[in-house]
Design a protein around this ligand. Sequence first.
Ligand code: SF4
Length: 280
Amino acid sequence: MKEIHIDKIRETVYDALLQINCELSNDVSEALLEGMKKEESEVGKSIFEDIVKNNNLAKEKQIPICQDTGMVVAFVNLGQDVHVVGGNISWAINQALKDAYKDGYFRKSVVSDPIERKNSMDNVPAVIHYDIVDGDEIEILLTAKGFGSENMSRLKMLKPSEGEKGVVDFVTETVSLAGPNACPPLFIGIGIGGTMEKAALLSKQALLRNANELNTDPYYADLEKKLLDRLNKLGIGPMGLGGRTTVLGVNIMTYPTHIAGLPVAVNICCHVNRHIKVKV
Ligand code: SF4
């Protein structure tokens, strides 16, 4: 049994959160450059230029890419041959979050209660999901999720007979309703199958997959391409001011489901798609 001290987890998550708030990952930067090349609208092109300039400045000066520094979500894949020592792993992740948001001067965007709405003043807590996997490592996938786009995400329990068409129509309707509110150009995570909560989780996990990575199943890889094409025909464009680039990436994740159901969740992310995978 390998021992991993919580200090190691805390330090790794702290560094990762400072990084993702100031520097986009390569897949997201490349998708933005690719989108800029394809955009035909003059306004759209100039918005892309501003976005790229903003991202370069944030990286150079190590300041946040956006004023909305999001709510942190962590997917922890805990190797079953790991013994975490020195304290509690959730505490370590939240402490790292608290320290990173304080030291990075990132906006504190979390309220302690959803109705009373008092700011927690430290961006804690993170939303943490655990999975037990083989091995003696801890893998942590992190995002700092902006809520302009989170608010436009949707879930629907389709009838099984609605099939692929039902999924495509629901995704298209969701992106269309999001319009400019989700800060396009967008990344779309889609979860299909499982139960209601599983579909929602899959859609978030799909967003954390690299934007340039197609589904390993050829059928779903094809569906990702078809959806990308269809969504970019909506004409919403960068920042909703028209253009051919509304969506930069579509990622689908699936899970077996019940004979009577077809859950579909669409998690929308803005162009500030902050995600990272770290190993401890
Ligand atoms: S949705 Fe994204 S781009 Fe829009 S304000 Fe939030 S983090 Fe910034």
